[in-house]
Write a protein that binds this ligand. Structure first.
Ligand code: ADP
Ligand code: ASP
Ligand code: MG
Length: 817
């Protein structure tokens, strides 16, 4: 004999009920089974809602009642087609529903809803569903009888959450089934009766428990819980997409997971079957072939997984009782727990520091105010004498717990859990670990639950894979290239580096789009066209609100205001990757602050592309410094634009036209003065000097301009070009001098003895800069370890493609962090 329980999710519609019937039909004719049923999906919630309306004199309770009636009739019409049977069933259902309606009318008049009446009301759900389904099966010629669980399950009088009297219940069940030979016996779940014959219920989700009580009393071979997921998952599949069913669990693991929120199994369910060593199989009605989860007494020593699952309970409040008067004096905890027990408040988690100065308890948020009042009263005397402080309540919290029998045999599990949470800025308010080491729980902020579950799941279950969530501002040339590169590499990264890279948000100065499942990179341009209006702060706010783990903000603008929000990102533990130079070349104080925030909040701040686009210049310098080398001087050509200009300018091509060409080909900033004034190169050498540990401001970089005063005074880009044309002789003189000296003109940045300067230099033949082509950059590091032959980094130092790949490299670097 087997006991099968089908939850509300399995009997939520006629289609699903037909699935249930075909599962039952596939059981061999020779074996009898008992089928425990929940109310039709969602009906229990609707019954609670309609009762609340009625009791609060909200007339719409009548309409809500009609919806409940309609829900039932629709199902009956779809299940029972034969007119006379259909009518017969409907008439009986209508009779029951009329009783329900009268009860609601009564509530409306008396304005009061006691737990006792709540039980009467809620029991309609299961009584109706089991009646309708048993009639459906009968109408299809199946051998079915219906037995009301209220004759079988006997409880105390604690309405809405009654305590089962095991012995009486067991005897009643045994008695009844002794003489029952029907192939299928249908029993409504959840409902029960007290010894004094009042209707009671077993608590929300209680149908699982009904099934377990019957399974245990009859010592059946297996208890099957049929639901809408393929077993107990590694964590709530509605919150973590990557969650997967757990094949085997021990009873204790199942108890821990269900107690800590795995709703798929009502926690009291395990005890009765555990006592009789009956295994539980959790199966999916929508996909009966899936293996499901097998729960038995074999503890999972066979499995090498230390952590089997992760659970969460939301809506937690933390109560703290503290005070110097508690230290070394016994009895405080006893009085505290007694008070809560008296108030029927369930304690979910307890921690006490060894100093005994405070006790922290986690309870459901709905109980918090009552708990505070009761405890403050109990300790009134001590509080008035200032021996202890009035109780502190913190709300909006949640508990997350990792569970596994084998955790005790593995070192460092809690370290892994807490470091993963810490890296993602999930603040932990309290920690509890049972002595059995089967459960490690942490109290966190409710708004962090999704991030925390995903982070821990990734850490323990996802084969070291890592999801990176990108938020990009700036979709110009470089931005587009970066998106292309990401799209191209997504599969490769997933397969080879186990990095799951997704772009969640995209914005420019006008628009922004978000998709927390990842923007479709094939269609982002079209989506962007219909995007919402954006603002820098609005984008930042949304990124913080989404609160995704491993979030990275990517700045592909040259905008000062965008650079000003880096601190806001870093403080939220969101990494920043930027090709925008403004933050690192602005005030030293701000540069330093960003470095400090990055360290403090464990949020990488990477800007390799600030100098030499995709070339590994900053990284090389950082490695030299970190490994203890001393960089004595740096000599570099750092402007792709200026290099292009001086490589093309000659006595046959005038300076004005050369600059125009450079701009046309995209080698200069939109305002070429930024390049030609040397300010861009000055910023780059400043950044290198700072990375080398120097406290330096942009004014400290000596800038020897090769432009004329008129060029420098130009008020607009057009004026600037005019002045270049007018001053052609000046530029030709520069060229002629270099030619006479057999030199090439290069715009050089130098750093030496703590000083930095930039300017145009005549470079003689044989010097590494002499043959520098096109828009290439070169940097020579002279260090204690490289005193004569410098360490040289050379290559294309500008262009959208290489800048994008530099940004990409910074992003990947964060994944391996
Ligand atoms: P039923 O109506 O069948 O009793 P429940 O809604 O009570 O179903 O329980 C099933 C639901 O439990 C799933 O749909 C899922 O959203 C939720 N759930 C939460 N945590 C877990 C978990 N760890 N494994 C499986 N399901 C979970
Ligand atoms: N119908 C009840 C509820 O929704 C009991 C159950 O489905 O297990 O809580
Ligand atoms: Mg359930």
């Amino acid at each position: 004999m087997k006991v099968l329980k089908f939850g509300g999710t399995s009997v939520g519609s006629a289609i699903n009920i037909n699935r249930v019937i075909s599962i039952l039909d596939s059981i061999p004719k020779t074996s009898n089974c008992i089928v425990v049923l929940s109310a039709f999906g969602g009906i229990t919630d609707k019954l609670i809602a309609v009762a609340n309306k009625a009791v609060n004199k909200d007339e719409t309770y009548k309409a809500s009642f009609e919806t409940i009636k309609k829900d039932h009739f629709v199902i009956i019409d779809e299940l029972i087609k034969e007119d006379s049977k259909n009518e017969h069933v409907k008439n009986i259902v209508l009779e029951k529903l009329t009783n329900l309606e009268q009860l609601l009318d009564g509530l409306y008049f008396i304005n009061e809803l006691s737990p006792k009446t709540t039980d009467k009301l809620l029991s309609f759900g299961e009584l109706l569903s089991s009646f309708v389904i048993s009639e459906t099966m009968k109408s299809r010629g199946l051998d079915v009888i219906l037995k009301n669980a209220q004759d079988l399950i006997i409880t105390d009088n604690n309405h809405t959450n009654a305590l089962v009297f095991q012995e009486e219940t067991e005897n009643k069940i045994k008695d009844y089934f002794k003489n029952n030979t029907a192939k299928t016996t249908i029993v409504p779940g959840f409902v029960s009766k007290s010894i004094d014959d009042e209707l009671t219920t077993l608590g929300r989700g209680g149908s699982d428990y009904t099934a377990a009580l019957i399974a245990a009393a009859l010592e059946v071979t297996e208890l099957q819980i049929w639901t809408d997921v393929s077993g107990m998952y590694t964590t709530n599949p509605k919150i973590v997409k990557q969650a997967r069913p757990i094949e085997n669990l021990s009873y204790q693991e199942a108890v821990e997971l269900s107690h800590f929120g795995a709703k798929v199994l009502y926690p009291p369910t395990v005890q009765p079957v555990l006592d009789k060593n009956i295994p539980i199989l959790i199966k999916n009605t929508m996909s009966p072939k899936d293996l499901g989860t097998y729960i038995s007494d074999e503890n999972s020593n066979g499995s090498n997984l230390a952590v089997k699952g992760i659970s969460n309970i939301n809506d937690i409040a933390l109560l703290t009782l503290q005070g110097n008067g508690m230290v070394g004096i016994p009895g405080f905890s006893k009085r505290l727990f007694e008070t809560l027990s008296y108030e029927k408040i369930n304690i979910i988690l307890i921690t006490q520091a060894s100093s005994e100065h405070s006790i922290c308890i986690g309870i459901l948020e709905k109980d918090a105010n009552a708990a505070k009042m009761a405890i403050d009263q109990t300790f009134e005397n001590e509080i008035s004498l200032h021996k202890i402080d009035p109780i502190i309540i913190e709300k909006d919290l949640a508990i997350i717990a990792i569970v596994g029998d084998n955790m005790k045999n593995h070192q460092g599990i809690s370290g892994k859990m807490f470091s993963a949470l810490g890296r993602n800025n999930v603040n932990i308010r309290a920690i509890a670990q049972g002595a059995s080491e089967r459960n490690i729980s942490a109290v966190i902020r409710k708004k962090d639950v999704k991030k925390a579950l995903n982070t821990i799941h990734e850490r323990f279950f996802e084969d070291r894979s890592k999801q990176l969530n990108l938020f990009i501002t700036g979709v110009g040339n470089v931005g587009e290239k970066l998106i292309d590169q990401i799209q191209q590499q997504q599969q490769y990264l997933k397969k080879n580096l186990k990095i799951n890279l997704r772009i969640i948000g995209l914005s420019n100065s006008r628009k922004m789009i978000f998709n927390n499942k990842g923007i479709d990179l094939n269609n982002w341009v079209a989506a962007f066209n219909f995007a919402d209006k954006s603002s820098i702060k609005g984008f930042n706010k949304k990124v913080i609100e989404l609160n995704l783990r491993n979030s990275i903000f990517v700045d592909i603008t040259a905008n000062k205001n965008v650079a000003n929000v880096y601190a806001d990102y870093l403080k939220q533990n969101i990494a920043v990757v930027a090709c925008n130079k403004i933050a690192c070349s602005g005030r030293f104080k701000n540069y330093k602050l960003l470095q400090e925030l990055s360290l403090k909040y464990n949020a990488p701040f990477l800007y390799e592309t600030n100098v030499g686009a995709g070339l590994p210049i900053i990284n090389t310098l950082n490695n030299l410094v970190a490994s203890g080398d001393k960089v004595t001087s740096i000599l570099a050509v750092l402007s792709g634009s200026l290099n292009f200009i001086f490589n093309n300018f000659s006595d046959r091509k005038n300076f004005h036209d050369t600059v125009k060409q450079a701009q046309f080909e995209g080698y200069t900033e939109p305002d070429p003065r930024i390049d030609l004034s040397g300010i861009d190169v000055a910023r780059k050498i400043l950044i290198l000097a700072r990375e080398n540990g120097l406290k330096m401001e942009i004014e400290d970089v000596q800038n020897e301009s090769f432009l004329t005063q008129d060029n420098l005074n130009a008020n607009s880009v057009d004026d600037f070009y005019d002045s270049l044309k007018k001053d052609e002789t000046h530029f030709q003189k520069l060229f002629a001098s270099a030619k006479t000296n057999n030199c090439q003109l290069k715009y050089v940045a130098e750093y030496k003895n703590g000083k930095a300067k930039v300017g145009l230099r005549e470079i003689p033949e044989g010097h590494p800069f002499f043959n520098l082509k096109g828009k290439d950059n070169i940097v020579m590091f002279y260090t204690e370890r490289y005193p004569e032959q410098p360490l040289i980094v050379k290559g294309a130092g500008a262009g959208a493609e290489v800048t994008a790949s530099g940004l990409f490299a910074d992003i990947i670097k964060i994944a391996s962090n």
